[in-house]
Design a binder for this molecule. Structure first.
Ligand code: B12
Ligand code: SF4
Length: 427
């Protein structure tokens, strides 16, 4: 008889397709990391409940919870699923009265405890160490309330424990594909790095130090893709062309291509547009022979010196021009609408510059003031009024009134129509 206690990790994805695009990496990584510890694996049976926003059925989730009677329910929270969790939480609590309900993910911040009485704890930042510590605490007869990196309620107050360290070595997490947690699919998404060396004010990655998987680990993942005749979707990470890591990764892919394996990088790759290193692009050119199915994303975000400075963003437009002029890829260019320091005219100028680069399409994002970013924490300093609930839409900021923002979005929308087709990732 299986006496292991049940843990359910729930992930309602924004989208996922049968090719393998956008798998539930967060919950798969949490399980892979916890399972590898003998004491946890012996005592806990961790399962994943995965759904996609447009297919998600609350009853299915509740049935699963009633059936397995978990002692811990972990919710993987992003801006696209917070509402679904908030709606389901009273029923989840009814279905599992004694379970610890913990919410983690980029959208998770202590303020969520004020939105739902059923949430017991919030995990802030990377979850592997946090979940392991929580599961171990019960085995040692301790309380989960001492775990680092969490927030919880005590009396009427919210207590935020000292932060948990980011994972020192990403190789410590077993591959979710090789452990069979995620199925082999025609495209396999490899998480290759976490954190960032830059610190753009609006970005969650800026909060954590940059680390990448070892090149040996990447080689194992590539070999696994080859065995399963899959393409690589190198997508979860900051940028592949940070430092020398991208060159090393591409050299490996080239090595296996030269040996006759039909392996390539699929779909979309977002790269650091400030790094026009010829060796990287030369290798990329070789490992992606079919340019029609591949689009490179270059972030400009803003070209206004004041906005770049305020948001700690570096954009070297010369580098973007060099890349586009020299390398025959399809490109999409990203611009953020509404950064503190920008105004309608500076945004219009950035769009005009981007248009000169003749991209396949422009991707213009309305600034979202998302939790766990510098902007979210410093709203007052930047005179930001934004919706505290997802999608955290900006209402006004510094030089941009509500009316200006509407005008700017309208202008951007009409200009972006010139650059159809729309972004292929959106369904
Ligand atoms: C893939 C992806 C997407 C996919 C969808 C993914 C899916 N399957 O549903 C697509 C391309 C559709 C997408 C769209 C968008 N995305 Co996106 N996306 C990502 C990306 C690149 C990877 C996510 C991932 O799998 N990461 C790998 C896992 C391992 O990391 P993780 O998710 O952070 O999980 C760790 C921790 O958060 C924590 N954790 C997570 N869950 C739990 C649960 C528990 C219980 C615990 C303890 C811990 C825990 O532990 C995990 C392991 O350490 C991230 C950036 C990134 N590198 O993470 C952005 C990111 C998630 N996206 C983001 C944004 C802003 C968007 C967009 C709004 C962009 C835009 N402006 O249009 C849109 C959403 C549109 C909409 N209206 O809904 C933000 C997050 C915002 C938020 N608060 O949710 C991120 C973080 C990018 C960023 N740097 O700012 N995205
Ligand atoms: S926006 Fe890009 S460069 Fe800036 S912190 Fe995030 S990942 Fe790094």
């Amino acid at each position: 008889m299986n006496r292991r206690k049940k843990v359910i990790l729930v992930n309602i994805l924004r989208q996922m397709d049968e090719l393998g695009n956008y798998p539930p990496l967060s919950t798969a990584f949490l399980k892979a990391y916890c399972d590898k510890h003998e004491s946890i694996n012996r005592n806990y049976d961790i399962s994943l409940f995965t759904s996609v926003c447009h297919e998600y059925n609350r009853e299915e989730l509740l049935q699963e919870i009633k059936k397995s009677k978990p002692c811990v329910i972990g919710l993987s929270c992003y801006m696209w699923n917070l509402e679904s969790y908030l709606e389901a939480l009273p029923d989840i609590r009814n279905a599992a009265k004694d379970a610890l309900i913990i919410t983690g993910g980029p959208e998770a911040h202590p303020g969520l405890l004020e939105l739902s009485a059923e949430m017991d704890a919030i995990a802030i930042g990377e979850g592997e160490y946090i979940l392991k510590e929580i599961l171990e605490s019960a085995l040692n007869g301790d309380t989960w309330k001492n775990a680092r990196g969490i927030a919880y309620r005590r009396g009427g107050r919210i207590v935020v424990n000292p932060p948990q360290e980011p994972l020192a070595n990403l190789d410590d997490i077993p591959s979710p594909y090789k452990t069979g947690i995620l199925p082999a699919t025609p495209i396999m998404h490899i998480e290759y790095s976490r954190g960032c060396t830059n610190s753009c004010s609006y970005c969650v990655a800026a909060k954590a130090p940059y680390r990448h998987m070892s090149i040996e680990r990447i080689e194992e993942e590539i070999l696994f893709c080859i065995e399963n005749r899959s393409d690589i979707g190198l997508f979860a990470g900051s940028y592949l062309n940070f430092k020398n890591f991208g060159v090393q990764t591409l050299r490996l892919i080239k090595k296996y291509r030269d040996m006759g394996h039909d392996i390539t990088i699929s779909d979309i790759l977002t790269i650091d547009s400030n790094n026009d290193d010829d060796e990287f692009f030369g290798l990329l050119d070789e490992v992606v022979p079919d340019k029609s199915k591949f689009v490179l994303g270059l972030g400009i975000q803003s070209l206004c010196p004041a906005a770049l400075k305020l948001n700690r963003r570096v954009t070297k437009i010369e580098s973007v021009r060099n890349i586009v002029a020299k390398w025959r890829f399809q490109y999409f260019i990203m611009i953020i609408l509404g950064l503190p320091g920008d105004n309608i005219f500076t945004v219009a100028r950035a769009i005009a510059e981007a248009a000169k680069l003749d991209p396949l399409y422009l991707q213009m994002f309305n600034l979202a003031v998302i939790p766990n970013t510098h902007l979210f924490e410093k709203k007052e300093k930047f005179n930001i009024d934004a919706d505290p609930m997802p999608p955290h839409e900006l209402r006004s900021v510094m030089e941009l009134s509500e009316k200006d923002i509407k005008k700017m979005r309208l202008m951007a929308k009409s200009l972006s129509m010139e650059f159809s087709p729309p972004a292929p990732i959106e369904k």
